[in-house]
Design a protein around this ligand. Structure first.
Ligand SMILES: Nc1ncnc2c1ncn2[C@@H]1O[C@H](COP(=O)(O)OP(=O)(O)OP(=O)(O)O)[C@@H](O)[C@H]1O
Length: 335
């Protein structure tokens, strides 16, 4: 478990303290995939780099499994860093070394001497990330997705308990992003690793994260289950992420719906309820007619959800809305 206790971080810029993180308190549970999302400059990388103390907090504490990492001795800190893998947007591979040598590098650096032991561990890691057949290539001969797989293999060399992914898919195309995210998900499941996923891409969080924190100007403005935060965003920054991601222009929508008759509602269905044939039944029973103004059915990690904007006319409106709520549909009356 990772706990940020009132951590603050400021940098001295031209003789003045610039605050990258205001007091932030946050808890990442062991074994979960935790997303840290925010726009550029929000403080995501700074927060992530506090976990392995690449940055030291100006105030507050960072506890990993109950141990304050800011109080570790140099030897303990080296050990902690080995147990905390990290992958980066631009992979940070050694260009003059082959795939095998890149993955072997941290082991040699950590004092592993036996070539047989190193080879066995590297083979295991390359199998895990699906790169056994690329072992003798140089980074320049690999695709972006393959480079990131080398980065992942290298980060896992010491069986870490935590993996920090700092914009790990931001330089990749959508299809490659998808396959790298699937790999991270599998690693999380099979190795029980805790993953902190730093990103400005909502879609990455939606696909793999269990919980998320939204960072804005060095503050956590919203945190919770991804389903709660993304389906019912309350802070303007989170709403902006959601609307940007779904290409929704709120002003345009307001204009479009201005001439639509009836009451306008947003409905959110979650889990297996998404597939229940509710609307027709409730419409028949209450005499309320509906037209669909917009809709989306998708998944957040393994949870299916549906979001519909409807215009409702006629019948017993209040009964229709309370019937929907009784069926665990989240109802937001827009107008
Ligand atoms: N070493 C540094 N010296 C001075 N200021 C810094 C340093 N590192 C980060 N900052 C500042 O701290 C703030 C947060 O930066 P950080 O890199 O954590 O944001 P981010 O959310 O990860 O952004 P991005 O997605 O662009 O990387 C920014 O204003 C940045 O300019």
């Amino acid at each position: 478990m990772i706990e940020f206790e009132n951590v603050e971080k400021s940098f001295m810029v031209e003789g003045r303290a610039a605050h990258a993180l205001h007091p932030v308190s946050l808890r990442i549970e062991a074994g979960e995939v935790f997303g840290i999302i925010g726009h550029s400059g929000a403080g995501k990388s700074t927060l992530a780099r506090l976990i392995n103390l690449l940055e030291r907090p100006t105030a507050g504490r960072v506890l990993v499994d109950g141990v304050d990492v800011t109080a570790l001795s140099p030897a303990e800190l080296r050990d902690h860093r080995r147990k905390t893998g990290m992958i980066f947007q631009h992979f940070n591979l050694l260009s003059a070394k082959t795939v095998v040598d890149n993955v072997a590098f941290p082991l040699k650096l950590g004092g592993w001497k036996s070539r047989r032991d190193i080879r066995a561990r590297v083979d295991e890691l390359l199998d895990l990330v699906g790169l056994a057949d690329q072992r003798n290539k140089y980074p320049a001969q690999l695709s972006g997705g393959q480079k990131q797989r080398v980065g992942i293999a290298r980060a896992l060399a010491y069986h870490p308990k935590i993996l920090i992914c700092d914009e790990a898919t931001s330089a990749l195309d959508p299809q490659t992003t998808q396959s790298v995210l699937q790999l991270l998900s599998r690693i999380n499941r099979e190795l029980g690793l805790t993953i902190a996923l730093i990103t400005h891409e909502m879609d990455a969080v939606r696909r793999v994260c269990d919980r998320v924190a939204v960072l804005d100007a060095g503050r956590v403005v919203e945190t919770g289950l991804v389903t709660d935060v993304f389906l019912h965003p309350s802070h303007p920054t989170t709403r902006r992420f959601v609307f940007e991601n779904e290409s929704i222009d709120e002003d345009q929508r307001r204009e479009d719906f201005a001439h639509v008759q009836g009451r306008i509602v947003n409905l959110t269905f979650q889990g297996e309820d998404t597939y229940t044939p509710l609307l027709g039944r409730i419409a028949r029973e209450t005499g309320v007619d509906y037209s669909i103004l917009s809709g989306r059915i998708d998944r957040i990690k393994a949870t299916p959800y549906g979001q519909l904007t409807l215009a409702l006319v006629g019948g017993d409106m209040d009964q229709a809305l309370s019937r929907l709520q009784a069926e665990k549909v989240h109802v937001e009356v827009v107008r």
